[in-house]
Design a binder for this molecule. Structure first.
Ligand code: ADP
Ligand code: MG
Ligand code: MG
Length: 321
């Protein structure tokens, strides 16, 4: 960076993740306000606390519809719509399976097959009843649970971007632990893009496969190495296949999505995970607003068209194709 551009980094731990904010002004008060925006949103959406708007819906499953705020209603509606797409891996009603596996939380274990089988009928997203006029959400079976874990961080990253824009900020980066959203590029004319590291799966935190460079875009990565546990030499990671009830097993180690809105990044990482590389690339060829970088178990790094980003490979053990 040239000498007149100084980056100020602010960090916090929120939503169980390390949060990093980068600004080009020294502004503690603004950083504090950003962290408050994140907390306010988490309080509405989380399923990792006893109380939230989403938990109120879950507690009333099989009993009655629950009225939620308009943003939460819209988010659940979006998550439901994505869940009912043909062959979608994304499932907004995955909650009972997530809670049973507890992957990445204390007490994670491989549940007996018959227990998982018994939970599958509680994970049908078609059954979520939305009433836009009443702004209510109803889960008709007792035991059904909404889980917004695959979409909430993206949604919140966009709210942070909107907030910073309202405050007149032109250049900033927010990283919500795997979900990065940027405002503009950096003010440095020599290096105007934000370089965002693509982590080496199962490597040390600072080990990178390469760098994705963007301006004013979101970069979201979902990987099997983010949250998992090992038992008898087998790894169980946190992206579950709603068809089987088990972690999804395919050729992928991670999917990174580059898009305007981070909510799309969060949704599409999950959808593309389910599609795999071949179907995923076919899909992206007809969806120019969404771009992706796939990392496979055989150490290939496969990029879509690179109109919205550029990729630099750093690790010679991986091959860019
Ligand atoms: P992270 O950013 O924590 O890696 P992801 O965006 O990859 O999260 O989403 C994973 C989380 O989403 C899980 O921790 C769980 O709460 C939830 N989840 C797991 N499987 C699915 C699925 N098939 N559909 C929707 N949500 C899921
Ligand atoms: Mg996601
Ligand atoms: Mg995510």
């Amino acid at each position: 960076m040239s000498s007149d551009t100084h980056v100020y980094s602010y960090s916090a731990v929120l939503m169980g993740s390390p949060i990093l904010l980068k600004l080009f002004d020294h502004n503690e008060a603004l950083a504090g306000a950003v962290f408050r925006v994140i907390k306010q949103q988490e309080i509405l959406l989380t399923v990792n606390r006893p109380q939230s708007e989403v938990m109120s819906v879950n507690h009333a499953a099989g009993v009655e519809p629950v009225v939620v705020s308009q943003p939460v209603f819209d988010l659940i509606a979006r998550a439901r719509a994505v869940s009912v797409l043909p062959e979608s891996l994304f499932n907004v009603t995955i909650g009972p399976l997530v809670k049973r596996w507890k992957i990445g939380f204390h007490g994670d274990s491989v549940p007996p097959a018959e227990e998982l089988q018994a939970l599958l009928p509680l994970t049908n997203p078609q059954q979520v009843i939305l009433d836009p006029a009443a702004r209510s959400v109803f889960l008709p079976q007792r035991g059904m649970e909404i889980d917004l874990g695959a979409i909430a961080k993206g949604y919140i990253a966009d709210r942070v971007r909107d907030f910073l824009r309202q405050q007149g900020v032109e250049h900033a980066l927010i990283n919500l632990g795997g979900n990065v959203q940027t405002l503009g590029g950096t003010p440095d004319s020599e290096a105007p893009g934000w370089g965002i590291g693509l982590k080496k799966p199962f490597g040390a935190p600072e080990e990178l496969i390469g760098v994705i460079t963007v301006s004013g875009k979101s970069v979201v990565t979902s990987g099997v190495y983010e949250r998992y546990f090992e038992l008898a030499g087998k790894r169980y990671h946190h992206i579950l296949d709603p068809a089987s009830g088990y972690p999804l097993d395919n050729e992928l180690l991670s999917v990174t999505v580059i898009s305007e809105d981070s909510i799309d990044g969060d949704i599409y990482t999950t959808l593309l995970y389910g599609m795999g590389v071949k179907k995923g690339l076919d899909y992206l060829a007809n969806t120019p607003e969404i771009e992706a970088v796939f990392v496979t178990r055989d150490r290939q790094v496969i990029c879509s068209s690179q109109r919205q980003f550029s990729f630099t490979l750093l690790d010679a053990d991986f091959h860019a194709v």
